[in-house]
Design a protein around this ligand. Structure first.
Ligand SMILES: Cc1cc2nc3c(=O)[nH]c(=O)nc-3n(C[C@H](O)[C@H](O)[C@H](O)COP(=O)(O)OP(=O)(O)OC[C@H]3O[C@@H](n4cnc5c(N)ncnc54)[C@H](O)[C@@H]3O)c2cc1C
Length: 423
């Protein structure tokens, strides 16, 4: 949240507030750079939001965002390069296995063709205009045996199956030219939060904009007054009107834009698996030829024996319906990988961490998804409410939706708008 305090004696240059995920950090840094004083209110006991790096067996491992997507337009890539951060381009090579063998060249080529055809069809479908519809409806029928896999992976990275994703919103994401950062994305973003005036464990329960400026009810931290606020809490949380209460209520179009998002689900099951049959570092692996398939698999992360087995929304929902918890995810992963490499192939497999962002009270999902018919919501939320409430964060980014880079871009945009408005 970010704003400027009307109490000129106490705070002559204004006071800004933000929750510190990527979007909040960007907003706070930009507001400081624009000469406003900043206070940051963060619900958790740590900064980082959905970016966090933890140490597992002495190695830094991201439990949230890991890829710096869309290198040419991602502000965190440009900033990282300028700061001399240890960025490296993501590998283009990947693994494709069918049953217990590597795919033949003709199979790999057919798979690549199916991707190209599907992506072109979705792009063309969106460009055609007309009423919005599910992205799945644009997939051409002739993808053969590769079609279900292409649809599943698009659903994984979208956060919901393609039938639940807006066609018009879908192609806005630029996935090419990705980067990784040694030491973890979460650790990098934590470095960018250094020196920010952050109040931790300060959840904002209510935002009163009935009078002049805004009053933020931060529980034990008291009521903080400001001339404006930038709200970077996830849309999945803002949909719950009891989580952050707005007084008066938000205007109907704004409330409808927030409520229309659905929760994207994408979870890391972190594997420590030294003998995994994948060579090269940071390579995606596709395992086909069995009923059980990892929706996503990133192998030898940072060249270490760690791998990310990615859960998509359907798998996560199935685990939740069975009340299986993290151990259920571990069993599922073992069963799936054993189906592809045999029981002896997973003898040294350990699963040291399973993320559950969908159950985290301060995220309630991995990123916000635009369902069919809701395209336009991101742009709708860019308009300030009452000239003093700005929204930011990943959900507002068109070109980098669902990403830390998009959250950063939107935090800076909102901060500039606030600074211009309060100048
Ligand atoms: C498993 C996983 C993998 C991902 N992989 C990638 C990836 O590879 N690359 C990528 O770019 N993105 C990835 N993402 C998405 C990325 O992490 C998010 O899009 C991005 O971090 C969101 O940033 P944000 O600032 O919008 O929100 P957040 O990071 O969620 O920040 C919002 C902050 O607001 C705080 N907050 C919430 N409610 C309140 C309140 N009431 N009062 C005060 N504070 C509050 C939260 O605690 C949080 O710190 C992934 C996400 C997940 C979960």
């Amino acid at each position: 949240m970010a704003g400027a305090d009307p109490d000129a004696e106490r705070c002559p240059r204004g006071l800004a507030r933000a929750a510190v995920g990527a979007g909040g950090r960007a907003a706070a840094r930009r507001l400081l750079a624009r000469g406003l004083s900043v206070a940051v209110l963060e619900a958790r006991g740590r900064v980082g939001g959905r970016t966090v790096t933890t140490m597992l067996r002495g190695h830094p491992v991201d439990l949230g965002a890991h890829w710096l997507h869309a290198g040419p337009i991602n502000p965190l890539v440009a900033l990282g390069l300028a700061r001399g951060e240890p960025l490296r381009r993501a590998a283009q090579e990947s693994h494709l296995r069918i049953g217990r063998r590597p795919a033949r060249p003709a199979e790999s080529a057919a798979f690549a063709r199916a991707w190209a055809v599907a992506d072109r069809a979705i792009g063309d479908g969106a460009r055609l205009g007309g009423p919005d519809r599910p992205a799945a409806s644009a997939l051409p029928p002739g993808l053969g045996p590769w079609g279900p896999r292409v649809a599943l992976v698009h659903g994984l990275v979208s956060g919901r199956p393609l039938g639940e994703v807006s066609l018009h919103d879908f192609p806005s994401m630029e996935y090419g030219d990705n980067f990784f950062i040694q030491g973890g994305y979460g650790a990098y973003l934590a470095r960018l939060a250094r020196f920010l005036p952050v109040a931790l464990r300060a959840p904002v329960r209510a935002i009163d904009w009935s009078g002049e400026g805004v009053a933020l009810d931060a529980g034990e931290h008291g009521v903080l007054r400001a001339r404006a606020v930038v709200v970077t809490a996830p849309m999945m949380l803002l949909r719950d009107q009891d989580a952050v209460r707005f007084r008066p209520h938000l205007p109907d179009p704004v409330r409808a834009a927030i409520d229309g998002f659905s929760a994207g689900i994408y979870e890391h099951v972190v594997l420590h698996w030294p003998s995994a049959p994948f060579r090269g570092r940071d390579r995606l692996a596709t395992l086909l030829g069995h009923r059980l398939q990892p929706p996503g698999l990133l192998t030898r992360v940072d060249g270490a024996p760690f791998h990310f087995f990615e859960l998509d929304a359907p798998l996560a929902h199935r685990l939740d319906a069975a009340r299986a918890g993290a151990d259920g995810a571990r069993r599922l992963v073992r069963e799936t990988l054993a189906a592809h490499v045999g029981a002896s192939g997973i003898r040294d497999l350990a699963v040291p961490a399973v993320s559950e962002w969908r159950h985290d009270p301060w995220s309630r999902g991995s990123w916000a998804v635009v369902p069919p018919g809701h395209a336009g919501a991101r742009d709708r939320l860019k308009e300030p409410v009452g000239g003093r409430i700005w929204f930011a964060g990943e959900a507002l980014s068109r070109a980098q939706w669902g990403t830390a880079g998009g959250a950063w871009e939107e935090g800076e945009r909102a901060a500039d708008a606030v600074a211009d408005a309060l100048a």
